[in-house]
Design a protein around this ligand. Structure first.
Ligand SMILES: Nc1ncnc2c1ncn2[C@@H]1O[C@H](COP(=O)(O)OP(=O)(O)OP(=O)(O)O)[C@@H](O)[C@H]1O
Length: 232
């Protein structure tokens, strides 16, 4: 079940954006609009600035220059609007050690007001292959299973903007395919997706645009072209 709220009209936009640290940009100026039903991938070599740009575009990090607006207002990760709409998966293995897999997902679903929380949790456990681990604590999961739990935590709640930093990490090929299909379903339901990835499969199957980062250059290319480029 996909659960993007019906808010088709707003969009995310960046203008004159430079992302980086201590006043120094790590990649080129980034101007983009991300509308309902659209999935943008950031690709490029290690260190090209994908994660930094992703964090900046999603309001987790202050820009060196320029601005990011969500719903025509400066993006603010503490705002109610942000919390209601943005689901993000970064590379932080942050779980409560004393909560089971099932309890984690239930807490997130209930916290985001899902009236069908128990059914939503069952559905995500099934989708992410965690049903047999529902009563396990996070420390007893494999690293790939913990990654699946992180992803399930994003999909179990309603969102209209999904942010994924290298979601392919530690996932097997079957799960990558399933994730790509799921992302396509989410955009079809009206969500906006922004991801950083090294995975040609996710690029070509789940994105409709790709920004290739290379030094000061940002090139918007077709995902298939980017997938070929990074496969070489
Ligand atoms: N906290 C930080 N403080 C200062 N510089 C940083 C910090 N984090 C990353 N960098 C630098 O910013 C540049 C871009 O890093 P970033 O993690 O955004 O790249 P990436 O494209 O996501 O790389 P990868 O593919 O390896 O994940 C790198 O040169 C890195 O050393």
């Amino acid at each position: 079940m996909d659960s993007a709220p019906q808010d088709q009209n707003w969009h995310l936009e960046s203008e004159g954006l430079l992302a980086g640290y201590d006043g120094t940009a790590v990649c080129g100026e980034f101007n983009v609009e991300l509308h309902s039903g659209s999935a943008l991938a950031l690709a490029g070599a290690n260190g090209s600035g994908k994660s930094t740009l992703l964090r900046t575009l999603s309001g987790r990090q202050k820009p060196v220059k320029g601005r990011v607006r969500m719903d025509q207002a400066p993006i603010d990760e503490r705002s109610l609007n942000y919390r209601l709409r943005v689901a993000a998966v970064f590379d932080d293995d942050a779980f409560f050690p004393s909560l089971t897999v099932n309890e984690h997902l239930l807490m997130i679903a209930l916290g985001h007001g899902r009236v069908d929380a128990a059914a939503a949790v069952d559905s995500e456990l099934h989708f992410f292959g965690l049903t047999n681990h529902a009563e396990a604590f996070p420390h007893s999961l494999s690293s790939g299973q913990r990654r699946r739990l992180l992803l399930a935590s994003a999909f179990v709640r309603p969102f209209s903007f999904l942010v994924l930093d290298e979601p392919e990490q530690r996932l097997d090929q079957t799960m990558r395919h399933r994730l790509a299909e799921r992302m396509v379903r989410s955009t079809a339901a009206g969500a906006r997706i922004l991801m950083a990835t090294h995975d040609p499969l996710l690029l070509s199957a789940a994105a409709d645009r790709c920004a290739l980062l290379d030094g000061d250059e940002v090139a918007f290319v077709a995902p298939g072209h980017a997938a070929e480029t990074i496969s070489r």
